[in-house]
Design a protein around this ligand. Structure first.
Ligand SMILES: Nc1ncnc2c1ncn2[C@@H]1O[C@H](COP(=O)(O)OP(=O)(O)OP(=O)(O)O)[C@@H](O)[C@H]1O
Length: 536
């Protein structure tokens, strides 16, 4: 039982309090509650003197406090789904630790405590920042980092490039100047970042900014790898698309733009360019880009596919669909040239042209054949009406490095190597070299270089490159030895080819794999030529 005097004084005091007070005796029977307590739980519980607390509030913790004799402070007590109270419960003890009752103090939970002082904010922010995988920093209005998380620290240490650091600072300054969010992205070969800053404004005063750095490096790298893999697959399937072309030069850009323009028409298209400049690749790309893409793409070489050639030139291909790529038009006999001319004229006249698209190519300057009287002037004029010129590497040196880098990455994939960079000296040497078979030869040089590099090499060096001027020089050297008079162009080409192959084989001690690589030929193709020219 609670002492009478204490009881009277306390009750008078409790009546005035805004906190709710409930008092129970040592059995749990309610002996007092004030108006605030009644108001706070009104609508949910109806307090009554002399009633046991559990019969009024079945989930009450008063009995527990009586039992444990321990106080419980600021416990959340749900009086409904939405409303909470903060309850502190105290055991009332007499001397000798005897419990004579318990007191509950009720507070409305929405009267939030003022615990959100500066220190608490710091602790809270630090906690959020530390636990976040993204890179965050809080920067004061003078640009000092006052808080940063491990990811931010890590990114800054990796970003040792002055340029990147300057951009991060520039981004903050923009926020300070405009008091608005600012975003900036940095894309380099090795990383891709987006930096965002948000101003921290308190009571209209700019306190600093919150800066985040998102790294998309891995995503960009993965995308690049995916693109490369797709290109390799397309190369294997010989099914190219415009995005497979690697270039930086304006001349290649022009050629590809032109290809998109005239590629859509059904006229016979003529692609001119030295060996290995990408004529086949472009013809195939145009096919895959045109409405013919679901039909066959056929490549015909006048010498190697005679039957198909005769069929193409003599037959009315009215029902055939797809694209025929006729390589090396200079190899056509005069008779075949006449047939081709007739075919082109017929196609030009007919309103509804054949669904079979013809793309013709020539690896050497046609003008030379024209002057030698070995090519029909009229056919030349007809072909030139719709033609695309693919420049040799000597006319677009700026494409050599990106092409080399692209092939190097492809070779890495094929050979399980990791040669990521090309040393400046090697780059210069590649750019200075005079390629006789253009991209074919560039690829072959890199293939050889990768074989020559050590297993652990990550940089391709000038010493790995074999830049013999074999084919280019031998062509010139042999030029004097071959009598050009009274010979057809194709006969001359064959003769030059024989000399070049012979010289290269000799220089490389008869090693056919190396010879094929140096000359930019497949080993199979080299064997075919050795056989053809009786070089065995
Ligand atoms: N700009 C380029 N980007 C990427 N790869 C290229 C590019 N140009 C050429 N290649 C590649 O170089 C190789 C040679 O190209 P392609 O066979 O199309 O040349 P070509 O002019 O038809 O050669 P040829 O005169 O011997 O018939 C191919 O593997 C091709 O994919």
């Amino acid at each position: 039982m609670i002492d009478r005097t204490i009881q009277t004084t306390s009750y008078a005091l409790f009546d005035e309090m805004k906190e709710g007070i409930i008092l129970v005796d040592n059995r749990g029977v309610i002996c007092y509650f004030n108006k605030s307590a009644e108001r706070m739980i009104k609508g949910h519980y109806h307090l009554q003197i002399d009633q046991h607390i559990l019969s009024i509030i079945p989930t009450s913790g008063m009995m527990r406090v009586l039992h444990t004799k321990r106080k419980e402070e600021q416990k959340i007590f749900a009086i409904s789904d939405k409303d909470n109270l903060l309850i502190s419960r105290y055991p009332l003890k007499k001397e000798g630790n005897q419990v004579i009752g318990a007191l509950a103090v009720l507070q409305e939970a929405n009267q939030k405590r003022e615990w959100f002082d500066d220190n608490s904010i710091r602790v809270l922010l630090t906690l959020i920042l530390q636990k976040n995988a993204e890179a965050f920093a809080v920067v004061d209005d003078l640009g000092h980092i006052i808080m940063q998380n491990p990811s931010y620290e890590e990114l800054l240490s990796v970003l040792n490039q002055k340029k990147a650091r300057n951009l991060i600072i520039k981004n903050r300054e923009e926020v300070f100047r405009t008091r608005r969010d600012a975003e900036i992205s940095i894309n380099t070969d090795s990383y891709s970042l987006i930096i965002k800053s948000t101003p921290i404004i308190v009571d209209g005063i700019l306190k600093g900014c919150l800066q985040s750095i998102n790294s998309y490096t891995e995503i960009v790298q993965l995308k690049r790898e995916l693109q490369q893999t797709k290109t390799i697959i397309r190369r294997l399937e010989q099914s190219y698309q415009f995005e497979d072309f690697i270039y930086q030069s304006s001349s290649m850009k022009f050629a590809l733009e032109q290809a998109k323009l005239i590629g859509a028409s059904k006229r016979v298209l003529f692609i001119r360019g030295e060996e290995g400049t990408g004529k086949f690749m472009l013809a195939n790309t145009i096919h895959n880009w045109s409405e013919n893409k679901f039909h066959l793409f056929k490549c015909i070489h006048p010498k190697r596919n005679r039957e198909q050639l005769i069929e193409l030139l003599s037959k009315n291909n009215g029902n055939a669909k797809g694209t025929v790529y006729l390589e090396n038009v200079t190899c056509l006999s005069m008779e075949e040239q006449t047939l081709l001319l007739e075919m082109m004229k017929k196609d030009g006249k007919e309103e509804k042209q054949s669904s079979l698209r013809l793309i013709v190519s020539s690896p050497i300057k046609l003008e030379k054949a024209l002057m030698a009287g070995m090519f029909l002037e009229e056919l030349y004029d007809e072909l030139m009406k719709s033609h695309i010129y693919l420049p040799p590497l000597s006319e677009r040196k700026e494409d050599i490095y990106p092409l080399a880098k692209h092939f190097l990455l492809e070779l890495n994939k094929e050979s399980g190597r990791w040669i990521k960079e090309i040393e400046l000296d090697a780059q210069k040497a590649l750019e200075a070299y005079s390629y006789s078979t253009n991209v074919h030869e560039l690829k072959a040089i890199l293939q050889l270089a990768v074989i020559r590099a050590k297993e652990e090499d990550t940089v391709l060096k000038a010493e790995h490159l074999i830049l013999s001027q074999t084919s280019a020089e031998s062509k010139i050297d042999s030029h004097e030895e071959i009598d050009e008079d009274n010979q057809t162009l194709s006969e001359l080409v064959e003769k030059y080819e024989t000399v070049i192959i012979e010289k290269t084989l000799k220089k490389l001690d008869g090693n056919k794999t190396l010879t094929a690589k140096t000359l930019g030929l497949s080993v199979r193709n080299l064997y075919y030529k050795l056989d053809k020219y009786h070089l065995n």
